[in-house]
Design a protein around this ligand. Structure first.
Ligand SMILES: [Fe+2]
Ligand SMILES: [Fe+2]
Length: 201
């Protein structure tokens, strides 16, 4: 089977290598913290950006030949994870759907993500080389409450995309709605259970 390590060595810029290994290291810390499968998390982290930085012409060629939705044409930011998710199965024999989904949705998120998916999404957004407002809050929150961190990250992403007039993928919108609902339900449950025992009849 082909090795992702030699692919990284041959194709990645120094900056991309640093990012990928930083995502892997942080993802493993989160995996240990939340009891996720280390092997799945590490594999997803190493593959997640294998098509990041590939020239747009080449990305468009993959989009057409792999039969991906035309919305990914001229949009390498969205397409790179989708292409990687297919190629890692086709050429590297990775068949675990949880690993494939984690790579596929690492840019957009989606509703009802698995633990591996959440960890990759958050590790990608908060690895130590990332610098943007509120990243420290996200880093702290990601070890306290993964769903809350995910929601905050999705909200930031949507605000950023809208403020720049960029293309907003529906999976990101649906993910935000899903985790907002989940958060509301959790709050309601907490409030109702904090009333103590029912009064005697
Ligand atoms: Fe990426
Ligand atoms: Fe990344």
């Amino acid at each position: 089977m082909r090795s992702i390590h030699s692919y990284i060595e041959r194709n990645f810029s120094e900056k991309r290598k640093i990012h990928t290994f930083a995502v892997r290291d942080l993802a493993l810390k989160l995996a240990d913290h939340y009891g996720a499968d280390r092997e799945k998390v590490e594999t997803a982290a190493l593959f997640h950006d294998m098509f990041r930085g590939v020239p747009e012409q080449s990305i468009n060629c993959y989009v057409k030949h792999l039969g991906l939705d035309p919305k990914y044409l001229n949009n390498p930011n969205l397409a790179h994870g989708k292409i990687a998710a297919i190629i890692m199965e086709r050429d590297y024999g990775i068949s675990d759907p949880e690993i494939i989904q984690a790579v596929s949705y690492h840019t957009t998120g989606r509703p009802a993500m698995s633990l591996t998916e959440k960890i990759i999404y958050i590790a990608d957004a908060t690895e130590p080389n990332r610098v943007y407002p509120k990243v420290e809050t996200l880093r702290r929150l990601s070890f306290e409450n993964l769903d809350k961190a995910l929601l905050l990250s999705l909200q930031h992403t949507i605000k950023y995309i809208q403020s720049r007039g960029l293309y907003l993928d529906k999976d990101t919108v649906l993910a935000q709605q899903y985790y907002e609902e989940k958060e509301k339900m959790n709050e309601q449950q907490e409030n109702s259970s904090s009333c103590g025992p029912d009064p005697e009849q």
